[in-house]
Design a protein around this ligand. Structure first.
Ligand code: ZN
Length: 458
């Protein structure tokens, strides 16, 4: 006989469900059984529930769905704070030679640090886009997957690639790119080895050539065909800067969105990072095809790329989630601060009605789940969904005088995480990771960062 799964009961907290009706409870309860949300609602949980392993008093807290990150480059944890005053292309050219020296131990520690930083700040589903695979570097994707398993975070690993070096007219140096065939074969192998299509998957693989200026047209087309043959999602960078737009117009005679459409890269199984420089026709093409966007406001500001037209994308019905982006262009490495940054940049660009706190929370939760193809399973608090949720402490110094808990979370300072559940399992309690030692991660990441700097300096 199968054992009855133990229940976790959370009660006496405010709840923002981020369901289709934005249902909220000023004081409510959530019952978790195994890896699923069994029930939730206003007031205390029923007293007569059997098999309650743990009862959490959420007084002074807000419960939300766990945050979903939709764009990142974990390895960049080792190269933060460099090329501080450069735009995208100069920043890339400055960093490629160092990035081309990464290896498996470096990427493992960078992944642990990136994941720890996000998990501690309420991320329950992480994503990484890894596209630098130096010859003889070891199993970099495997190192990231190992780190996500160790930390207990739900993980979408995008096997990236670059095959267009400077001698073929691309931006990256030739020594930083892979042969096209090798990139495709390794991507297929990653899917076959790791991809889990099941509804409660802790690990999924996506196909992710890096960008129009670092990838050949052939690799883009064949990657799209591979992803569709295997039934996995597609991810890339798109329309990030004016320079990229000029590159596409000069080389292909069209802007990035038209180029993506011509290579089978628009569709409801595709999401793209940035999408800053989009005209009305580009936005309409994304809406028509269901192509999603990973909005990365801090990285776009750090690299002076511009402000993505997120209010217009949302009005058109385009799926939009939030992304940290790599920590070489967003040193904070946190997603919860992106809720606030999103609201601020869109108010600056589009006025006081351009973004509000509830839409910002939706982007960071349900919106992210939607672009990763997981909206049926996570991204909102509803009976039957996966138990990926966060209990934010809002009765402390930083938040206790803000009556609206969602405003406190989005507009206030980063709120401490009292409890974070991923797949029903506690990953963070009282602001500390349960699954790893933060000081150990910090020390090891620093050692690998110094090792990389030493090797890169020759
Ligand atoms: Zn990126």
């Amino acid at each position: 006989m199968a054992a009855t799964p133990h229940r976790i009961v959370i009660e006496n907290c405010a709840i923002a469900t981020v369901d289709a009706h934005d249902t909220e409870y000023a004081s409510g309860h959530i019952v978790v059984t195994g890896n699923r949300i069994e029930s939730l609602g206003p007031g205390p949980a029923p007293r007569d529930l059997p098999d309650v392993a743990r009862r959490v008093d959420g007084g002074g807290h807000l419960a939300t769905p766990g945050l979903v990150n939709t764009h990142h480059h974990f390895y960049q944890w080792l190269t933060r704070g460099l090329a501080q005053n450069a735009g995208l292309f100069d920043w890339l050219v400055a960093l490629y030679p160092t990035w081309a020296r990464i290896d498996e131990p470096m990427v493992h520690e960078a992944a642990r640090a990136s994941l720890a930083m996000m998990a501690r700040g309420g991320v329950t589903t992480a994503m990484d886009h890894h596209y630098v695979f130096p010859r003889g570097c070891g199993d970099l994707l495997g190192a990231e997957i190992r780190a996500a398993r160790e930390l207990g975070v739900r993980f979408h690993a995008a096997r990236g690639s670059m095959d267009l070096g400077t001698s073929d007219g691309g931006l990256p140096p030739d020594f930083a790119v892979e042969p096209t065939e090798d990139a495709l074969a390794a991507t297929e192998e990653a899917i076959d080895t790791h991809h889990d299509p099941s509804p409660d998957a802790m690990l999924r693989i996506a196909v992710a050539p890096c960008s129009p200026f670092s990838v050949s047209t052939r690799l883009l087309r064949e990657a799209a065909a591979l992803a569709r043959r295997k039934g996995v999602r597609l991810h890339t960078h798109g329309s990030e800067t004016r320079e990229e737009e000029h590159f596409c117009k000069e080389r292909f005679g069209m802007g990035p969105t038209d180029y993506f459409e011509s290579t089978d890269w628009l569709g409801d199984d595709v999401w793209m990072a940035h999408c800053v420089h989009m005209n009305d026709a580009d936005i309409a093409a994304f809406a028509r095809t269901g192509t999603g966007v990973a909005h990365c406001p801090s990285s776009n500001a750090r690299l002076a790329a511009g402000t993505a037209p997120v209010p217009a994308l949302l009005r058109a019905g385009v799926p939009v989630g939030l992304g940290v982006d790599g920590t070489a262009s967003n040193e904070s490495g946190e997603l919860h601060t992106e809720l606030r940054n999103t609201l601020l940049v869109h108010r600056l660009a589009g006025g006081e009605k351009a973004m509000d706190v509830r839409r910002a929370l939706r982007l960071g939760t349900h919106g992210g789940a939607r672009v990763l193809g997981r909206a049926g399973e996570t991204g909102s608090l509803e009976p039957g969904k996966l138990a990926d949720l966060v209990l934010w402490k809002l009765d402390g110094l930083g938040h206790s005088t803000i009556a609206d808990p969602v405003a406190a979370l989005v507009l206030g300072p980063p709120a401490p995480v009292t409890l974070s559940l991923v797949d029903g399992r506690p990953v963070v309690e009282h602001g500390r990771l349960l699954t790893a030692d933060e000081d150990d991660i910090a020390r090891r990441a620093r050692d690998q960062s110094r090792r990389l700097a030493r090797i890169a300096a020759g």
